[in-house]
Design a protein around this ligand. Structure first.
Ligand SMILES: NC(=O)c1ccc[n+]([C@@H]2O[C@H](COP(=O)([O-])OP(=O)(O)OC[C@H]3O[C@@H](n4cnc5c(N)ncnc54)[C@H](OP(=O)(O)O)[C@@H]3O)[C@@H](O)[C@H]2O)c1
Length: 341
């Protein structure tokens, strides 16, 4: 459900492994995929070609279809509408795996589709559309989903599709861990640089580290934990990001195993003038802070800058961005209004 970067990649890998996949795709993309089909490549040298006739494309979830698994792969702002459309078309009890970022999409989708069973999942890697219909996985990692008996039969299928999938009983720490890493998305988007180049800029790393550090304080106050998704525990990640670039380059070799073309999808959204997921990322940190009588001023500031981009599109240098963030810097303090109980 949603054939953008993640939907086309995961659905495409499954289809290439022989799974009958129905892609729900909006009109503009439908035209592209009908003309070009899908090409899937990755940093390990994968080259998979799915010609247009190999793709079953639908403008809406087709009535009468009884999928044993639906993958929800729209951006956070589209979750409610997409889940409602699935709810209208699919039999009650259908399993829906949300492969979205953010910590609230499963709740939103489940509320919009109360008859379906919505599970949280997590995609750890970056997938970019290098040209129309050409999806490229630019980093590595393993898909994660919440443990559920109906997902277990899918494990060998995902493995065969070169999409190794791990199940965990509690996805909340994984989702928060991924959210912390995704706090780089707005920094990357505002910088206008490819991910690797941006991570090799000490000032831009300092901005990213500051957002994570602030979010960790909020999580601590909320008594929540964040799982490591980069191989480094989040507090160590903050320390690593603050190292001088030559040392960071040596220590963070796994993190820097990104090919030169990868950018965050928020960068694409800003470039194309689309709604971003900033509210699901920095906004989630700000909201959690408020729930606990705190503020998260750096995340607030970055949210403002991303929201303001359409009015003043201009790539920020690391120094400019750090100054803009630092000017909001105050110790976490209670908001002026009363906290939400
Ligand atoms: N890209 C990555 O590297 C990556 C990695 C990990 C996780 N994620 C997460 O995965 C989720 C999806 O991201 P993405 O990068 O794949 O986004 P994307 O490329 O924008 O793809 C989302 C697609 O869903 C379509 N869509 C939205 N509502 C729909 C509906 N009701 N019916 C049919 N199609 C609909 C969109 O169409 P329109 O374009 O016409 O709106 C778009 O083609 C996000 O939460 C993202 O944060 C992304």
């Amino acid at each position: 459900m949603g054939t953008g970067a993640v939907g086309a990649w995961v659905g495409g890998c499954l289809a290439a492994a022989g799974v009958p996949v129905h892609f729900v795709v909006r009109p503009a993309r439908h035209t592209t995929l009908q003309a070009k089909g899908l090409t899937l490549t990755d940093l390990e040298g994968r080259q998979t070609r799915l010609p247009p006739e190999a793709l079953q494309l639908h403008p809406h979830p087709p009535d009468g279809l009884k999928p044993s698994l639906a993958l929800l792969t729209v951006k956070s702002g589209d979750t409610q509408g997409a889940a409602a459309a699935l709810s209208a078309a699919l039999p009650a009890g259908t399993l829906v795996l949300s492969l979205q970022n953010g910590v609230d999409n499963t709740r939103v989708a489940q509320a919009a589709a109360p008859g379906l069973v919505v599970l949280p999942g997590m995609v750890p890697y970056n997938i970019a559309e290098l040209s129309p219909g050409h999806l490229h996985r630019g980093t590595s990692g393993q898909l994660v989903a919440q443990t559920h008996p109906d997902v277990i039969p899918w494990l060998p299928v995902f493995a065969q599709a070169l999409l190794p999938l791990k199940l965990v009983p509690d996805m909340a720490p994984v989702q928060w861990g991924k959210l912390l890493v995704n706090l780089n998305n707005p920094i990357n988007a505002l910088s206008g640089l490819p991910l690797r180049e941006q991570l090799l800029d000490a000032d831009l790393r300092r901005c990213f580290a500051a957002l994570i550090h602030e979010a960790l304080q909020v999580l601590k106050a909320a008594q929540r934990t964040a799982a490591p998704v980069t191989g480094l525990k989040p507090d160590r990640l903050v320390r690593a990001l603050r190292l001088p670039t030559p040392v960071f380059r040596l220590l963070a070799q796994r993190m820097l195993r990104i090919d030169h073309q990868a950018r965050s999808s928020m960068a694409d959204d800003l470039r194309r003038g689309r709604v971003t997921e900033i509210d699901a990322l920095c906004g989630a940190v700000v909201a959690l802070a408020h729930q606990h009588g705190l503020r998260a001023p750096m995340n607030e500031r970055v949210r403002e800058l991303v929201r303001g981009w359409p009015h003043a599109p201009h790539p920020w240098t690391g120094r400019e961005l750090w100054q803009a963030m630092a000017s909001s810097l105050q110790p976490l303090r209670p908001p002026t209004s009363k906290p939400t109980p």
